[in-house]
Structures are given as C-alpha cells and as structure tokens.
Write a protein that binds this ligand. Structure first.
Ligand code: B12
Ligand code: SF4
Length: 547
C-alpha cells in the first residue's frame, strides 16, 4: 500500500489571510479516486499547509518548516504531490528537502504553471525534487500511480522531467485530448464550510469568494504571459450545466461569489453562460478575467442580468510601441467609456497596468498613471475636477469605483519576454515590493540566488538597478495613493502637478529608501501624514490586499 499526500504549500499571510480551496489538488484527488476504485492499493489525503498556517496551526516564522515537516513525516508518506503557485516554490523546496533528508524513499513531485515553464532547468537545480510535471496533472497521474506501485520506472510516464542514472530526462507533455472532459474537483477532500467560515472573517474581494474552473486557456500570445505558455494558447471550456452545478453547490455552502480561474473568458462563452444563469435564476454573483476590448457593448446588460459583478482585465499600457512589444495591442481610446458602461450596470472593474518598459518616456509613464487614476474613479480628468469642485472634500468617496494598479514589467521564467530578455536580466532588490506577495516565510534574501525557475522570481528585472529603484518607488507610492483615487486627484489638482511630478515630490519628502523598504503599515502611516498636511483632513485609510 502506498501513502500519497497532496500538499498545498503556504502563501502570503502578511496582508491577507484568505484561504483558497486548493483546486489543482482536488482535481488530482478525483483522478486518485478513480484509480483507487479500479483496485490500486493506495491511501491518499490532502494537507492544506496554507490553510493551516492561516488558521494559526503553524507559525508564520522559520519554525514553520520544522513543525510542518514533522507533521508530514508522522504520516509516513511514500509520495508527496506538491502544487506550486507563484512564489510558494521556495516553501516547497525547503519542505521537500527536510522531508527527503529524513525519508529518502519518499517520491517528491511538483506541478503547476511555474514548474511547467522551466521544468528541465528547475529539476537540475533542485535535488530534493524527483519529478516535475509539465501541464495538466490528469494524464500524468493516470500513468504514474501504477508505475509507482510497481517498479518505479518512469520512462513511459508522459509530461515529466525526471532523473535517470544521474541524467535529466524529459518526456513528452500530453494533455487531455479534446474528447476528454476537464476533470471535476473532488470537494470531499476538504471541509468547504471551514474555508468559507474562515474567509468570512478574512475576505478577498467578497466574503463568499470561491474559485471555479470554467475551462482552460486563452487564445492570445502576449509575450509576458505565463498562462499563454502553460495552456499553449489552446482554449477549452467545461460544459455550462456542470459549471452551474458547481456554482450552486458552493453557494449552498456559503460560497456565493464565484470567480472563474480561466485567464480570459470570451464573448461567445460569456453569452452562453449568462443565458443559462438567467434561466436558472439562482442569483449567484460572479466575476471573471476578460479582455474588455474584445467584449462588445451590447453584452454588458446581459452580463449584469446574469449576476456578473466583477471583471478583472489587463489594460497593460496605452503606449502603442510598448503594446506592440508585448503583443497586446488594445485600442484604449474607448476603454475608458467602456469601463463607465460596465460600472453603470453594476459591474466593477479591476484593471492591471504595466510600466517600466525600456524606452518608456516620462510622458508615457505620466499618461499611464493618469489613465489608471481616471479608470479607478470612473471619471475622466475633467469630470473628476468638476466633481471635486462641487463636493465637500471630506465627503469624497474613500474608495474608487474600480481598482487600478500599475505593476513593473516582470519577466516570468519561460515566457517569450523572459526568453527575449534573458541575457539582460538580473535579480534586483527592488523589482517587486514584498507587499505584493508578502509573507514572512520568504523575502528578497531568499530569492537573491534563486535561478531555479520553479516559480516566479519577483525580483527579476531587465532595467539597470537605478531605474528599477526609480520605477518601484514611484509605483509603490502611486498604487497606495490610487487605492484612494479621489484623494490622489485632489492632490494633483491642488499642486497642479502631473502624477509623475507629484510622486517624485512625495518620494523625495519621504525618502526613497523608506518608500521602497518600509513595511506597509508604516509606509501607509507616513503617506497619510503627508496627505493630511496638504489636504487638511485625514482620510479613512487602511490598506488591505484585495479590498
Ligand atoms: C486564481 C489565481 C490566483 C488567486 C488564488 C490563488 C490560490 N491559492 O488558489 C489569487 C488571486 C489569490 C492569486 C495570487 C497569486 N498568484 Co495566481 N493565479 C491564479 C490563476 C488565475 C488560476 C489558478 C488556478 O486555480 N487554476 C486552476 C487549476 C486547476 O489549474 P492549475 O493550478 O494550473 O493546476 C493544473 C496544472 O497546473 C497541474 N498541477 C498543478 N499543481 C500540480 C501538482 C502536481 C503534483 C501535479 C502532478 C500537477 C499539478 O494540474 C492541474 C490540473 O490539470 C493562475 C493563472 C492560470 N490560469 O493558471 C494565476 C497564477 C498561477 N498566479 C500567479 C501569480 C504570480 C500569483 C501571485 C504571486 C501574484 C502576486 N504578485 O501577488 C499571487 C501569489 C500567490 C502565492 N502563491 O503567493 C502566476 C504564476 C506565474 C508563475 N510563473 O509561476 C499565474 C500563472 C498568473 C499569471 N498571469 O502569470 N492567484
Ligand atoms: S490576453 Fe491575457 S490571458 Fe490571454 S495571453 Fe494575453 S495576457 Fe495572457
């Protein structure tokens, strides 16, 4: 009998304690269930270390590794299946190392987007990992379990990178074929009510926020996009009745705000989904990722009637040269009006922008900031000024209608932009501030030698160090101020400054080093003091990720 543990390593606790039900492991669980039903001698269990950390069962400190590895070792596992998401690869590696040292026979396997994109390079750097799985986990599991039960010969197992006689071997990636449905998650592996109850106290976007897979993939090939590589620009959707069943099931447990994990829901699918939801009349709210430039205006009313409350979209940059460089050309001349139309129907927009392109001018940077501020309030500069003139300043809304933030251009290992810039890349201390992925479990110190490529390295940059500092300090300040976009507009009006000039002025007052390195609470406090001095009132303001 083989003991298999499905492990969700922890992610950020610093700002947000939301615990997301680990979908990839529930999907692998469904596959294991079938294999067991067919007679395989296995026992399996899901261990959500992320949730346990957020519940306070394990400490958010270096001792986490001792306590959690001992907990795992007591279960005497034969196979560990780790899912890597974003930056938790560092935790995965440390844990795997501790476990391997004490139980060398245990097979350690990792999968996820990051590992897929640089599987060979990563395995080479990570002796504590035995197998890296590329792409979908389903086909791999079907072949791997019988082999692990028998002779442990991995040469016929699809989608893996593994070691054989000290050599790194790579087998062909095989995803589900077009006739095979995307696997349903096995929710019996977790106690959904516990997650929902926890998240009601620590909400992300909405207290009943739950993730559902509507399908996989997006047809575009933006150069910076990891999912474009992960899903190879192939789009598949799950049957709509099955998706709605899952929405209803989770809603019955309190998860009444569905967010779809697929990277870009397209018009045709959204129309079909919306019509079915309207027919069902279940009043479940939902949100998704989508390209606004590909959605016609006449879909907005339908989406709103179907319960859509939120669209997360990548506007990236209004700068045409940069748009061509990242292969995402959007006509931004009507983006703003479109956002207003969505807002008028009760649909909020979370928009993501990028700055820090090599030849970006101050003018471009300014334009992106002004645009992000307008999108956040849903008012253009003229309307914003008019609104500010006619409203008591201490009665201005504390939050914007939408959430807009600008990110430094980040090269995720394995993406086209990474491959193009590879020789110019360096690990900069400042590329991304710890707030963005914050955890006491890892920091720049741990990433600074990390070229394993198993997950995202948030400190990889293509600009010279002084430019990185410049962009990152300004962006950190801009994003904080833009979380209160009316106050930012007020400051801009008062000083008659461009956004960039205002940011530079405040950064010089606070000190660049402070802006870049202070923890979020001190940073917010000092910025509030600055705002108060110039606006003569203290805005309500407590930064929380995902608010
Ligand atoms: C939903 C989501 C979130 C949510 C929820 C996170 C959560 N814990 O569930 C939120 C918004 C909170 C989030 C946060 C972040 N995310 Co995120 N997120 C996603 C998103 C959109 C979907 C993930 C998902 O659930 N997919 C559905 C599941 C079923 O698919 P899957 O995980 O890929 O699993 C399949 C395979 O990968 C494989 N597999 C996965 N694990 C394993 C394990 C084994 C053993 C095997 C065999 C197979 C296997 O099998 C599964 C089924 O086929 C992806 C984009 C994407 N489309 O992948 C980004 C993505 C994974 N996130 C990403 C990032 C960077 C982050 C952040 C770091 C962002 C930030 N700056 O703060 C944070 C940090 C999270 C962290 N670990 O600290 C990047 C990772 C890039 C990379 N190269 O590693 C992605 C790809 C987005 C992107 N545009 O680049 N994220
Ligand atoms: S449209 Fe979005 S999800 Fe699709 S490839 Fe571009 S960035 Fe990625």
């Amino acid at each position: 009998m083989k003991k298999i543990l499905l492990i969700n390593p922890p992610v950020s606790i610093y700002i947000n304690k939301t615990a997301f039900i680990p979908l990839p492991l529930l999907i692998l669980g469904t596959c294991l269930k079938k294999i067991k039903e067919n007679g395989a001698d296995i026992l399996y269990e899901l261990i959500d270390l992320d949730f346990m950390l957020k519940q306070g069962i394990f400490p958010d400190s270096a001792d986490f590794y001792n306590q959690s590895s001992n907990f795992i070792l007591k279960k005497k596992p034969d196979i560990l299946l780790f899912t890597v998401h974003g930056v938790n690869h560092l935790v995965t590696l440390k844990l795997a190392e501790k476990i391997k040292n004490k139980r060398p026979s245990c097979i350690t396997v990792v999968g996820g987007v990051g590992p897929t994109l640089q599987a060979k390079e990563a395995l080479n750097k990570c002796p504590q990992i035995d197998l890296i799985v590329k792409g979908e986990g389903e086909t791999f599991i079907q072949h791997f379990i019988p082999s692990a039960l028998n002779q442990c010969d991995f040469s016929d197992i699809p989608s893996i990178v593994y070691r054989k006689n000290g050599q790194i071997m790579e087998n062909q990636r095989i995803d589900l074929n077009n006739n095979e449905p995307i696997t349903k998650p096995d929710y019996s592996l977790v106690c959904i009510e516990d997650y929902i109850a926890h998240n009601k106290k620590h909400p992300y976007i909405h207290p009943g926020f739950v993730l559902i897979e509507s399908g996989r993939g997006c047809p575009y090939k933006c150069t910076f996009c990891a999912p474009a590589k992960m899903w190879r620009s192939k789009v598949r959707y799950r049957p709509i009745p099955e998706i709605i069943e899952e929405m209803k099931y989770l809603a019955s447990k309190g998860g009444n705000f569905t967010f779809f994990t697929q990277d870009n829901l397209e018009e045709n699918f959204l129309i079909r989904l919306s019509n079915s939801l309207i027919e069902e009349n279940k009043n479940i709210s939902w949100g998704c990722y989508s390209r606004l430039d590909r959605l016609p205006d006449d879909i907005i009313d339908l989406l709103s009637k179907a319960g859509c409350k939120l669209i997360f979209t990548g506007i990236e940059t209004p700068n045409r040269i940069a748009q061509k460089e990242i292969r995402k050309v959007i006509n931004t001349s009507n983006t703003f009006e479109k956002i207003q139309k969505f807002n008028a129907k009760g649909i909020k927009i979370i928009a993501s922008f990028i700055a820090g392109f090599k030849d970006e001018s101050d003018e471009d940077f300014n334009f992106t900031m002004r645009f992000a501020n307008e999108c956040a309030t849903g008012l253009n500069t003229e309307q914003l000024n008019q609104y500010i003139r006619t409203t008591d300043h201490d009665k201005l809304p504390t939050k914007g209608t939408n959430i807009c933030s600008i990110h430094p251009l980040c090269h995720m290992p394995g993406t086209d932009s990474f491959n193009k810039e590879k020789i110019n890349l360096h690990i900069s201390k400042y590329s991304l501030h710890p707030d963005c992925h914050g955890s006491f479990l890892f920091s720049y110190e741990e990433f600074k030698d990390d070229w394993s490529y198993l997950g995202i390295n948030p400190y990889l940059n293509h600009l010279p160090e002084d430019k990185v500092r410049y962009f990152c300090s300004i962006l950190r300040l801009f994003n904080l101020l833009n979380s209160r976009p009316y106050y930012l507009a007020l400051l801009l009006r008062k000083f008659k400054f461009s956004p960039l000039a205002l940011m530079k002025e405040i950064v010089s007052q606070l000190g660049e080093e402070f802006v870049l390195s202070a923890n979020i609470y001190n940073f917010e406090e000092s910025t509030r003091r600055y705002v108060k001095k110039h606006l003569e009132f203290v805005p309500e303001w407590t930064v929380k990720k995902g608010q």
